[in-house]
Design a protein around this ligand. Structure first.
Ligand SMILES: Cc1ncc(C[n+]2csc(CCOP(=O)(O)OP(=O)(O)O)c2C)c(N)n1
Ligand SMILES: [Mg+2]
Length: 893
């Protein structure tokens, strides 16, 4: 048996191999690389037919993708650029060290910028274009926690003051400070993209690049060749959002997108892939997904060695060593490297015998070699047909020497003692004297120095300075009231769901001659669920390549129409991707001066709960637009059960400061809110965005009671219906939201007819707005004790309202509870806390105790507690309503 196996795996001997090589070299000489490719491919197929299976690999060898001989010469001054970079390194480090001297709790990062500096500087000096007359500019997503380096450069450019640098992470200082990370909310003229929540950069950048194509294909902007650059950490690539959308980029052939992944082999705690190689792993993932992959692993010190590596032993050694070990070499001596890296084979040792230990220790990695990085960027920007990812190998804490280079603790290093500062200064040649060094002063070369002249000149050539954010959208006219009037009139008894109302409104907006083209409908594979399929035909589904097939439903009116100028972004099942599209469209006013108005409609359960962090980023980014949580409400969405029924997204909307949340019940409410949203976001240019829930329960839409209710709808509450009953002393105020407002109206009748209670009904469109208003008033009163106290809007509405107070919604009780203290009396809250069930609406509303019976019961209880009726009445009501008092508590069952 073993003999047969040996026979089968018998090695081809040296002379046979020689013949194969000769033949191959002959083909190479006579037919060139294409001929060799063809030959190998044909041989592979031939072998396959004879049952030879080659192991799959998406990897190329562990060397630079661009061979040394194909490099173009560096076009700038290496020396001046090195000096500029060193000064920025110093100032970035000094910023963090000084901030922590003043207050050791401040934190900051030195080692990340230290490792990425060359990658940024090559970009700043040669590639990143700022918006200018000639060019709309590139979009650069800077790695969040490398921001000290970006600030240090802006300081050198004269865009930030020394005072601002001194106040890094001290934003509340009287003279202002710099935010820890890129936050457009905090530095609206500087940062464009919030990147510090790991993973979001990748997905946002991909959808940004695609949105640029969308704008161009739809004729909303001229193609300009602008690039989207995303700088990412190797550790952050473990986030699902980092790799989760990369196939979209290749499928859409986004050659306007360049990822630069700084593979310093470390994350916060230690190695990213101690036991394997992150660069190879990422290469396989990106190549497999169809990206153009450029590896920049080795600096030019390695070129000569690799050129002499005829039998591939150096390459073998490079491939067998794992990242954890490479990290070890960075903290060890040249002697150690000789012994442990080269010492495994006498031939390797011989290869480096002419190099001193010191030379061995200093052999650079690719990401620290400006020429290698320049060449990679050049190939990337010129590449056509697919997105590019550049994988660069670097050292975390590069240049920090003993005090942090390559150490596992380096990520959090914020302190350098005097000796370490001196070493850093000497290592990077910063002209600061020994007397001054302890203070870690910032350094700026004289204005007429070669460094400063060069720095400004380079940026002038590239159109100006980056990052920069400007609000440049042209003024905008809100559509006239006439467009919304049909919704104010009600449905004339026809039963219709608020989702359908929304779709009708959207379709009208799309038809509008002024703003129609600016509307961007976004949907993650739920258009049919929401009845949006007529829009497929009306405005088309966006596809860069149009429609390459005959759709199965081509013979129907509402066929599935894909088109190059299609308007709908049908994203497939990715709420995160759809949200990233909304972010790109909702910030186009500041990136391109285009007022696109995105409407992203999704299953409400898979919005704030699932992609909350992207929504937070949208808020930071001053994004505008509408999020529509459809099929909302824990009991309104029947049958779908625990994972689908949303009864808490509104609560999750509370913490996002600039997100306006509304739970409208009727068509006119929805129309009023959307019109006002467009007006505030696009006419007034306010940095807010909207979350509205719409439901799938059909009911008659009443007409708007009067023009006067508009302001109440927007503020969060208004009286919908006053009781007509006058012959009673029993009163109640019933508050309802969304579809549950109908239950409240039923309860009103029940209470009037059976229990002699006159109940007024209020529509609560936004608990959040009421909550914010109450707190704003309380705060003002606290700070202005001697002035006439202000009154919260809720109190103003209810101060003279007679009777007891009961609120019911399809959401958790925390919503009404959040405004209860501004009520004249205690508020009874009914809500849908707990896991959902698959059931019909009636059963669900019984289970969650939010139907008309429970609203009436809660009202009677409150009246009994006030002594206005006897508890016997309540007891009897429980019986009459057939309520089991010992039913399970939905909150915990
Ligand atoms: C979602 C998220 N989780 C955790 C963090 C905290 N954090 C900031 S930097 C960092 C390590 C980053 O490692 P890597 O991506 O390799 O970047 P490097 O600093 O090495 O360039 C972590 C865990 C974060 N910012 N975001
Ligand atoms: Mg890292």
């Amino acid at each position: 048996m073993s003999e047969i196996k040996d026979e089968a795996t018998r090695k081809i001997d040296e002379s046979e191999l020689e013949e194969w090589f000769d033949s191959l070299n002959y083909v190479l000489q006579t037919h060139g690389p294409e001929g060799v490719k063809h030959l190998l491919h044909t041989l592979e197929r031939h072998a396959f037919q004879h049952d030879v299976r080659l192991p799959f690999t998406a990897n190329t060898p562990y060397i630079n993708t661009i061979p040394a001989e194909q490099q173009v010469p560096f076009p700038g001054s290496r020396e001046i650029e090195r000096r500029i970079k060193n000064i920025i390194r110093w100032n970035a480090m000094a910023m963090v060290v000084r901030a922590n001297r003043d207050d050791s709790s401040i934190g900051g990062h030195i080692s990340t910028y230290a490792s990425i500096a060359t990658l940024y500087e090559i970009g700043f000096n040669h590639f990143f274009r700022a918006p200018s007359e000639e060019h709309e500019g590139d979009m650069v997503y800077f790695q969040g926690h490398a921001s000290p380096g970006i600030y240090a450069r802006a300081f050198l450019e004269g865009r930030l003051t020394q005072q601002q640098l001194e106040n890094f992470r001290r934003e509340l200082q009287p003279s202002g400070g710099l935010s820890s990370y890129p936050h457009p909310w905090l530095m609206p003229n500087f940062w464009q993209f919030p990147t510090v929540s790991m993973g979001l950069t990748s997905i946002m950048a991909i959808y940004q690049a695609r949105f640029i194509r969308y704008l161009e294909d739809r004729g909303l902007k001229e193609p300009s060749g602008g690039k989207v650059w995303a700088f990412l950490g190797d550790g952050e690539m473990d986030e699902p959002e980092s790799l989760g959308s990369i196939t979209l980029a290749s499928r859409e052939k986004l050659d306007n997108l360049i990822f630069v992944i700084n593979c310093n082999l470390q994350r916060l705690d230690g190695p990213v892939r101690g036991n394997s190689k992150i660069i190879q792993e990422l290469e396989a993932a990106f190549r497999g997904a169809g990206w153009n992959v450029i590896k920049v692993i080795w600096g030019d010190d390695w070129d000569a060695l690799l050129a002499s590596d005829h039998d591939g032993i150096l390459l073998n050694r490079m491939e067998e060593v794992v990242d954890g070990q490479y990290q070890k070499y960075t903290v060890e001596s040249g002697q150690y490297i000789r012994e442990h890296f080269f010492g495994t084979d006498p031939r390797l040792l011989k290869m480096v015998e002419h190099l001193s230990d010191e030379q061995l220790r200093k052999m650079r990695r690719g990401g620290h070699d400006p020429e290698k990085v320049y060449n990679a960027y050049k190939v990337a920007v010129e590449h056509k047909g697919s997105p590019t990812v550049i994988l660069t190998k670097t050292i975390k804490g590069y240049g920090l020497g003993e005090s942090g280079e390559g150490k596992n603790v380096t990520h959090k290093q914020t302190k350098l003692n005097e000796e370490e500062l001196r070493e850093f200064r000497t290592r990077f040649g910063i002209p600061i004297s020994d007397d001054e060094i302890a203070k870690a002063p910032f350094y700026t070369p004289p204005a007429d120095s070669p460094e400063m002249k060069y720095l400004h000149e380079r940026r002038r050539k590239l159109g100006g300075y980056l990052p920069t954010r400007s609000v440049i959208a042209p003024s905008f006219k809100t559509p006239a009231e006439s467009m919304f009037e049909e919704f104010y009139e009600g449905s004339d008894g026809r039963e219709i769901a608020t989702t359908a109302v929304f779709v009708r409104l959207l379709s009208k907006l799309l038809r509008d001659k002024d703003i129609g083209k600016l509307i961007v409908p976004i949907v993650p594979d739920e258009a049919r669920t929401f009845g949006m399929e007529p829009l497929f035909r009306q405005v088309g589904i966006y596809s860069h390549v149009g429609q390459l097939y005959e759709p199965v439903d081509a013979d129907t009116i509402l066929y599935y129409k894909e088109a190059k100028d299609g308007q709908i972004l049908e994203e497939g099942i990715t709420e995160a991707g759809s949200m990233s599209s909304l972010i790109a469209a909702g910030t186009a006013s500041s990136t391109f001066g285009i007022n696109t108005i995105p409407f992203f409609i999704f299953y409400s359960m898979f919005g704030l709960q699932r992609i909350g962090d992207l929504i937070w980023a949208a808020g930071d980014m001053r994004c505008r637009g509408f999020l529509l949580g459809a099929t909302s409400g824990r009991t309104t969405l029947a049958g779908e059960g625990l994972q689908h029924q949303d009864g808490h997204s509104h609560l999750l909307g509370y913490p996002v400061p600039n997100l306006m949340t509304y739970d409208p019940a009727f068509a006119y409410e929805l129309a009023v809110i959307i019109r006002e949203g467009i007006r505030r976001m696009y006419e007034e240019q306010e940095d807010i965005f909207f979350y509205l829930t719409v439901g799938n329960e059909r009911y008659a839409m009443p007409p708007m009671p009067s023009e006067d209710v508009k302001s109440g709808i927007l503020k969060g509450m208004y009286k919908f219906k006053t009781s007509e009953k006058t012959d009673t002393n029993l009163h109640a105020q019933l508050l309802g939201s969304g579809a549950i407002l109908n239950e409240v109206l039923k309860a009103q009748s029940l209470l009037e007819e059976k229990y002699n209670v006159a109940a007024d009904v209020w529509s609560i469109t936004s608990y959040k707005e009421l909550h914010l208003d109450g707190h704003a008033v309380e705060r003002w009163n606290m700070l202005h004790p001697s002035e006439t106290p202000r009154v919260p809007y809720v109190t103003k509405c209810l101060v003279d309202a007679p009777g007891v107070f009961v609120a019911a919604s399809d959401y958790v009780k925390a919503l009404p509870d959040s405004i209860s203290r501004w009520f004249p009396k205690p508020l009874v809250a009914l809500g849908t806390d707990g896991f959902g069930r698959s059931e019909g609406r009636d059963s669900l509303r019984d289970f969650f105790e939010v139907d008309a019976r429970f609203i009436a019961l809660a009202t009677l209880n409150a009246l009994a507690r006030e002594g206005q009726i006897s508890f016997d009445v309540v007891q009897k009501a429980i019986k009459d309503f057939e309520i089991d008092p010992d039913k399970p508590n939905p909150m915990v069952s």
